[in-house]
Design a protein. Structure first.
Length: 251
């Protein structure tokens, strides 16, 4: 039994057969482009508090890096951003602007530290600006303007959630891809900070695959009512990073 979703341009984007999804090449290429390190969001300049964790000795090798990032993704801001991404995707798929604004507003407010707020807002702004020049989207521009009118910043999870919805990329593919890009950026920071070799970095990303899939599955039916964090050390690391004497990263 099969189903298909079609864009306004008449191109079939996703299909489902026997419970399996497939994505046509064009939207999949766009997803890869948006999540690529080459996409100009400035993600390379943020460590999400990892820089302090390394200096404090909490993260000192590949195993401790994997443990730190797994905790963040299962119980901290990684999980929360997964929920915001899913809710933004769902609202955009329905064209529900009221709910989309509510999700975007909550996502902007729910940042544990000033550096986390800066990290999310600046990457989101850069991402949205690039998207508006390369692949313009009226809905994303409308939400961005409405938020700006209320002095509320965009967040990266919301921007990418909307983008994936407009390209009709199934959430079962879009969400894990989003989380892996989040992981990959922080692993890259860990490779520079600890330091680790490139092979160790890839091994860390591989070790976090099950965490990414587990988080994606856990938030599959979550709503903003399920937002919450128990990764206190990650938040404390971010707070301490604000006054860290020597810093390579902005967060």
């Amino acid at each position: 039994m099969g189903a298909a979703a079609t864009t306004s341009m008449g191109r079939t984007v996703t299909t489902m057969r026997n419970g399996l999804y497939s994505v046509q090449p064009l939207p999949f290429l766009r997803l890869q482009a948006c999540l690529s390190p080459a996409f100009p969001t400035g993600s390379y300049s943020y460590s999400h508090g990892l820089e302090w964790a390394v200096e404090a000795g909490s993260v000192h090798d590949r195993a401790s890096l994997v443990d730190w990032l797994a905790a963040d993704h299962r119980y901290g801001s990684g999980r929360n951003d997964a929920i915001f991404f899913r809710e933004a995707w769902s609202s955009a798929m329905r064209g529900d602007r009221v709910m989309l604004f509510e999700v975007a507003e909550f996502a902007a407010a729910f940042r544990g530290t000033s550096e986390f707020a800066l990290e999310s807002a600046q990457q989101a702004s850069a991402c949205r600006l690039t998207l508006s020049r390369v692949w313009p989207d009226p809905l994303l521009d409308e939400i961005a303007q409405t938020l700006a009118d209320h002095c509320i910043p965009l967040t990266l999870a919301v921007v990418l959630g909307i983008r994936c919805a407009k390209d009709r990329i199934p959430i079962v593919l879009a969400l894990p891809a989003f989380l892996q890009s989040y992981v990959a950026n922080l692993v890259t920071a860990g490779v520079r900070l600890i330091p680790l070799g490139q092979t160790d970095g890839q091994a860390a990303i591989a070790a976090l695959e099950e965490t990414i899939l587990a988080t994606s599955a856990d938030v599959a039916t979550a709503t903003i009512e399920d937002i919450g964090s128990a990764a206190f050390m990650v938040d404390l690391a971010s707070m301490a990073h604000e006054t860290q004497y020597t810093r390579l990263f902005r967060s």
